[in-house]
Design a binder for this molecule. Structure first.
Ligand SMILES: NC(=O)c1ccc[n+]([C@@H]2O[C@H](COP(=O)([O-])OP(=O)(O)OC[C@H]3O[C@@H](n4cnc5c(N)ncnc54)[C@H](O)[C@@H]3O)[C@@H](O)[C@H]2O)c1
Length: 252
């Protein structure tokens, strides 16, 4: 087993399913011990068992990442359990796809939901770890953006805005924390096969494949492996970047 993250403590938000779950397992395979956060306690319990089967420690915490008091209490618990946090993957986020539509008919309450879960949640969690990372002079923060930020998805104005907000947050924080040797980067996936994609009609999936130079939909591990790289010392000179993981659909 490649143990380039041996004995590092990693926190993954929204780890119960999809990209967060796959990334937590990739981090564990690379040697990290995990604290995993999600709303769905049963999914966390099965994930913790999988992490432990890989020989790593797991601390599952059922928390709503948009709830400030709950997030503060959760991170205090994690820090006291493990003693420190080396890696934070702010994965949690979602569009309000079932309420998606043109902006001129949109409801500000929906924007508030999308911004809270896709942008503010990352700021809240990061706020809990930066003090100790600065003091220690090390740390890795990885934020979840999306290809939607670059592309500007029709019907998803709020989500595209939130995910571009993640990129601005990543860049400004990277500059602030670089003197403390804390790296802050983002991943920006295109279409990845998670449960959200299970709900899409076959015609939409076909259209995505046709517009993707690589010709297929990505797997959650395609993101998880990049998260491991950004969490490792192999990427020590990379900060403030937003890495597209989309089979070549959007190139910068
Ligand atoms: N799947 C894709 O194609 C894709 C593409 C680009 C970006 N993303 C981003 O990747 C991230 C993960 O997406 P996914 O497709 O794996 O989704 P998913 O629905 O499979 O998993 C998301 C997880 O987050 C949890 N969660 C949701 N709200 C939460 C909250 N308030 N507090 C704690 N946990 C919460 C859910 O319970 C779920 O386990 C999101 O930020 C999403 O915007 C996904």
């Amino acid at each position: 087993m490649n143990e380039r993250l041996k004995d590092r403590i990693a926190v993954v938000t929204g780890a119960g399913n999809g990209i967060g779950r796959a990334s937590a397992l990739c981090l564990a395979r690379a040697g990290a011990d995990l604290a995993v956060i999600d709303l769905e306690a049963d999914r966390l319990a099965s994930l913790a068992a999988e992490i432990e089967a890989l020989g790593r420690r797991a601390l599952p915490v059922a928390t709503d990442c948009t709830d400030r008091a709950a997030v503060e209490a959760t991170f205090a618990d994690i820090a006291s359990h493990y003693g420190r946090i080396d890696i934070l993957f702010n994965n949690v986020g979602q569009s309000a796809r079932e309420r998606a539509g043109e902006f001129w008919t949109s409801d500000p309450a929906t924007w508030d939901f999308v911004l809270a879960v896709s942008l503010r949640s990352a700021m809240l969690a990061t706020r809990q770890v930066v003090g100790a990372m600065r003091a220690r002079g090390s740390g890795k923060i990885i934020n979840m953006s999306s290809e939607s930020a670059f592309y500007g998805d029709l019907g998803l104005v709020d989500y595209s805005a939130a995910k571009m907000g993640v990129i601005g947050f990543t860049r400004a924080l990277a500059r602030e924390l670089a003197p403390f040797r804390v790296n802050v980067n983002a991943v920006a996936p295109g279409a990845i096969a998670t449960r959200a994609h299970d709900r899409l009609p076959a015609t939409v999936i076909d259209r995505i494949k046709q517009s993707t130079p690589m010709g297929y939909i990505g797997a959650p591990e395609d993101v998880g492996n990049v998260v491991v790289f950004l969490a490792s010392e192999e990427s020590r000179f990379i900060t403030g970047q937003s890495l597209l993981i989309d089979g070549g659909r959007w190139m910068i």
